[in-house]
Design a protein around this ligand. Structure first.
Ligand code: AMP
Ligand code: DBH
Length: 548
């Protein structure tokens, strides 16, 4: 048997405390589904397809058995990239049951991200969809195999002539009792899967999440959101994202025995008709999607009448918009401020309107330790003052995967994660997100690490200096602006925005990470140590002509 995957564990005293307080139950994450194995109620609706809990359990058992009989198990990892379809959950539970730890890439990810995940994890298994342009032929799969020597099994949702088809694997039964659960899970204190970090560094980082910590965050989230068997949740954000997966997300709904309705994306009219058709009671959106829903809602109130709760999170949500939600969408608002690294804050359902409209909630767990500190000295600021958020707790990770050096700067010596978010906290523990010190752009909830894009731009032969900064945007909250200094020798024609975007696309950069605008400059301001002075750069940009 292979050893379990390495990761940064909690110190024993904290593990004991989290167990002692009943936060960690030593159950595998797949228990979320298995506890409903005899439930004939609908777990997932995906287009015209309805899956009961019993069916979801059986299909994921079959698939897990296929993986196990091919020799896969604890110590193995998988790279998964699926759109919002029921197979996302079948595969997720199958991998958990087989003890294989997946990373679920976003469907918008391209070569750059998939290469990074493949080379960091060396997955034995790749699960793809024939709908993704990268997998219309075998070329990119072959490249991934060179980056991940362990990769020898490729499965696909849909038709794909170089992969095994998920549909046939799920319907095949191995020589085992079909009703018996496959139970090759990794131990509850080990890594269950990897979550994605929005990041602020050159390469995308992976967040190990254990069964114990993730299961706790799901249970507690389901409790705070008062989910039950009657909950019907519309999953309109990318299913792999931490927010629609666990806050309380689809896993919270499964835990409570409710039903998840899949939407391709948050496009309002399609979502409105799914809400009406399936009597959806709650959903989760990012602020930019709420703006589109508010624009589209007039005349559709009737269709939305089953919707009771709208969660909004992932990026700053203006108070003026928050106040419009109950009036114009006819449902309660819940603000959610979370991170794939762990800590999630919610406004509570019985909070006053004032709190719900003006704060991003308070930590979900009594064991969440939240510090608001001076970003330089890490000393606490006074209550109500702006400071940087640092946190530690029963479901906040203790280190990025295989990144010992970086982890030294991402955590303080006591294991507090340094989030890089600027917040205020009031005397009741409620947080407001007011900014950030990390070098990241939050483009409508999709996070872009400035350094990742800058590094690629700097590899362009005509680019001497590059800096990516955020600029305000009415819909997305923020868009990205690339400030470029060209080499003196560069032909001017080369450095048009269209050419640079084409170059970035050719490097495999996901569409949402392409700079929205470019500004060509003679030089970039530098700090005393010779790094780009983004504060000064911002000043210059906003006092000069608009970028193209
Ligand atoms: P990620 O690292 O991709 O999981 O993104 C987490 C980050 O998203 C947080 O650290 C915040 O910067 C941002 N974020 C999440 N929810 C909110 C919110 N409700 N308001 C403002 N920013 C948020
Ligand atoms: O933005 C996020 O990453 C996020 C937002 C809300 C998150 O991870 C979550 C809730 O769990």
């Amino acid at each position: 048997m292979r050893p379990s995957l390495p990761f940064s564990r909690w110190p024993q005293v904290l593990e004991d405390e989290y167990r002692g307080q009943g936060f960690w139950l030593d159950l595998p994450l797949s228990n979320i589904l298995q506890r409903h194995r005899d439930n004939q109620g609908t777990a997932v609706i995906c287009g015209e397809r309805h899956f009961s809990y019993a069916e979801l359990n059986r299909l994921s058992n079959n698939l897990a058995a296929q993986f196990v009989c091919r020799g896969l198990g604890v110590g193995d990892t998988a790279l998964v990239q699926l759109p919002n379809i029921a197979e996302f959950y079948i595969v997720f539970f199958a991998l958990l049951k087989a003890g294989i730890a997946p990373v679920n890439a976003l469907f918008s990810h391209q070569k750059l991200e998939l290469r990074a995940y493949a080379s960091q994890l060396n997955p034995a298994l790749l699960v793809i969809s024939d709908e993704h342009p990268l997998f219309t032929d075998e070329v990119f799969t072959a490249e991934l195999k060179t980056l991940a020597p362990a990769l020898d099994l490729v499965c696909s949702a849909g038709e794909c002539n170089f992969a095994l088809h998920l549909s046939s694997l799920c319907s095949m039964t191995v020589d085992v009792d079909v009703d018996a659960d496959i139970d090759c899970n990794s131990a509850a204190e080990e890594v269950a899967f990897f979550q994605l970090s929005g990041g602020s560094t050159g390469t995308p980082k992976l967040i190990p999440r254990t069964h114990n910590d993730y299961y706790y965050s799901v249970r507690r989230s389901a409790e705070i959101c008062q989910l039950d068997g009657a909950t019907r949740y519309l999953c309109a954000l990318p299913a792999a994202h931490n927010y629609p997966l666990s806050s309380p997300g689809a896993l919270g709904v499964f835990f409570a025995g409710g039903c998840v309705v899949m939407a391709r994306d948050p496009e309002p009219l399609r979502c409105f008709s799914l809400i009406e058709k399936h009597g959806v009671t709650m959903t989760a959106l990012v602020p930019s999607a709420v703006i589109l829903w508010l624009q589209a809602a007039p005349g559709y109130q009737q269709q939305l009448s089953s919707l009771k709760l709208l969660q909004v999170g992932g990026a700053s949500f203006a108070e003026a918009l928050a106040r419009r939600v109950p009036v114009e969408l006819g449902c309660q608002l819940q603000q959610v401020f979370g991170m794939a690294e762990g800590l999630v804050n919610y406004t509570r359902l019985n909070d006053s309107d004032e709190r719900i409209f003006t704060t991003q909630g308070c930590p979900m767990s009594s064991a969440d330790e939240v510090w608001v500190v001076d970003p330089e000295s890490h000393t606490p600021v006074a209550c109500g003052q702006t400071g940087m958020l640092m946190t530690r707790g029963p479901y906040t990770f203790r280190g990025y995967f295989n990144a010992a050096e970086y982890n030294v700067s991402a955590f303080n010596p006591d294991g507090f994660y340094i989030s890089g978010d600027l917040v205020t906290q009031d005397e009741n523990g409620y947080l407001r997100v007011v900014g950030r010190v990390k070098d990241q752009i939050n483009r409508g909830g999709e996070k872009i690490a400035a350094e990742e894009i800058e590094n690629i731009l700097l590899r362009h032969p005509d680019v001497l200096q590059a800096a990516l900064i955020s600029v305000p945007d009415a819909l997305l909250g923020e868009k990205s602006l690339a400030c470029i200094v060209a080499h003196k020798t560069a032909g001017q024609s080369e450095l048009k925005p269209v050419a640079l975007r084409k170059y970035l696309r050719a490097q495999g950069v996901a569409e949402f990470k392409l700079p929205d605008r470019f500004q060509f400059m003679a030089s970039l301001p530098l700090t005393a140590v010779g790094k780009t002075d983004k504060k000064e750069l911002r000043q210059q940009i906003f006092t000069t002509a608009p970028a193209i």
